[in-house]
Design a protein around this ligand. Structure first.
Ligand code: NAD
Length: 442
């Protein structure tokens, strides 16, 4: 089969590489010429475990191609996946300009039956709008080429994207015809040989499933952060509470971790977009509306703990930060807690020294000269007054604390992910604070 994937970002590149791995002939399209040239040189613009090898292999074996020209390759395609970005607009709603642009190009160049599948996260009603745009372009050309639209929201997690795409929990597809259903089913069958979890449904329900899933996950995080903050104030330990809660199969143990707030390219914008859809429909989603608010406060909370540790005065202090990406195993810093914490420290007159195993290039792009960049995790803490853990990369989990204590000027340790043992940290002489448990520091 011949397919095109439009948008060669985290979702598009992974989707393209994984379909190619299953034997499909895939052309990845992006309007960003520099990105396409870079990928052509074998230099991927993003870090995702296993992706570089998969792309390199499928390019070498002739199943994966890259271009900036959708119009030029459309004739060969049976299915076109649109995986372009849907960033937040000023009012929180999804900005659909890239999605509309793809629909226009598709309509302007379509010559035979093709399915246009939206993989981007888009509000209910977007596929209908895409259909109208394509039809409008066909009308302008005076042709009546048949086509279908479909919705296939993506559930992969950055950091585990290849694994998630190769063995998905489920594939959700909104369809409007048996013809498009058969094509999409054929494409996904190789991924579902061990458990056929493909859910065909109507298109609005597929679009909504993605928002409802992300909003539920984000709600769990904000809910647990709220519980954690209350635990701190009234003397409970959120980690013990979490274990007790998670043992109930109706609740489940996953996604019950409190910390310094969620980030990334999906939860924050999708929660805001769902809230915006509710407001537009005249049904403000009261739970969803506060999920984002609680999360924003949580990012500040880590900074507040830091400030409190210095009696409210950060002027001249050097703060070491471990972890800048919004979660481990990615270099993605979109909406990461680190952005808020760095900004707050700098505003309060502190100096920041940062280290992340993969996000240093991205950090340089965002922070420029305003922070210092460490060579490695130990270099970060040299003469630092405090260490703050923001992203729980594996290499931060069991560090050489004696060496760190020796290298640091101060002894403040703020654990934004609750991964260290308070008793052990006290033994090393740290003034240790974390989320969701009142710390008594000697
Ligand atoms: P991204 O920003 O990494 O990539 C989007 C790409 O689309 C960019 O390379 C951009 O240049 C390209 N593009 C924009 N307009 C184009 C056009 N007209 N023609 C060709 N290319 C164009 O975005 P992403 O993180 O891959 O997300 C894409 C979509 O998937 C979003 O809607 C997002 O919400 C959703 N999603 C993302 C994830 C994730 O983990 N990143 C997971 C599930 C769903």
């Amino acid at each position: 089969m011949n397919i095109a994937i439009v948008g060669t970002g985290y979702v598009g590149l992974v989707t393209g590489a994984c379909f190619a791995e299953m034997g499909v002939d895939v052309t990845c399209v992006d309007i960003d010429r520099a990105k396409i040239e870079r990928i052509g040189r074998g230099d991927l613009p993003i870090y995702e475990p296993g992706l570089e090898e998969l792309v390199e292999k499928n390019v070498r074996e002739g199943r994966l191609h890259f271009t900036t020209d959708l119009a030029g390759c459309l004739d060969r395609m049976e299915v076109v996946f649109s995986a372009v970005g849907t960033p937040p607009d000023d009012d929180g709603s999804a900005d659909l300009r890239y999605v509309r642009e793809v629909a226009r190009t598709f309509g302007q160049n379509l010559k035979k039956y093709t399915v246009l599948v939206t993989k981007s996260t888009v509000p209910v009603g977007t596929s209908q709008e895409i259909k109208e745009i394509v039809q409008e372009e066909l009308n302008k050309r005076g042709v009546d080429t048949p086509f279908d639209v479909a919705s296939n929201p993506e559930f992969l997690k950055e950091g585990a994207a290849i694994k998630d795409f190769m063995s998905p929990d489920r594939v959700v597809v909104g369809i409007e015809s048996d013809r498009s259903k058969a094509l999409i089913e054929k494409l996904y069958k190789p991924f579902l040989l061990n458990g056929y979890n493909i859910y065909f449904m109507d298109i609005p329900s597929a679009e909504m499933t993605k928002y409802a899933s992300n909003a539920m996950l984000a709600t769990r995080i904000s809910f647990m952060n709220d519980i954690a903050n209350l635990c701190e104030m009234i003397g409970a330990d959120v980690d013990q509470v979490r274990r007790g809660m998670g043992a109930d199969p109706r609740i489940g143990a996953k996604f019950l971790y409190s910390g310094c707030g969620y980030g990334g390219s999906c939860f924050p914008k999708d929660v805001r977009a769902l809230a915006s859809s509710g407001r537009k429909a005249g049904y403000p989603m009261r739970i969803v509306e506060v999920v984002d608010e609680v999360n924003n406060d949580q990012k500040i909370r880590v900074f507040d703990k830091l400030k409190q540790a210095f009696g409210g005065e950060l002027h001249g202090k050097t703060i070491a930060l471990w972890g800048l990406s919004f979660k481990p195993e990615t270099d993605d810093m979109r909406e990461a807690p680190s952005l808020v914490v760095v900004d707050q420290i700098l505003r309060n007159g502190g100096n920041v020294r940062v280290f992340d195993p993969e996000a240093m290039d991205e950090a340089r792009r965002r922070f420029g000269d305003s922070v210092q960049y460490a060579k490695d995790m130990y270099d970060t803490v040299d003469q630092a007054d405090a260490l703050v853990l923001l992203t729980e990369w594996k290499q931060f989990r069991l560090p050489d604390w004696a060496a760190i204590r020796k290298a640091m000027r101060g002894n403040v340790l703020i654990d934004g992910r609750n991964i260290y043992d308070p008793a052990e940290m006290r033994e090393y002489g740290f003034r240790y604070d974390r989320i969701g448990k009142k710390m008594v520091n000697e």
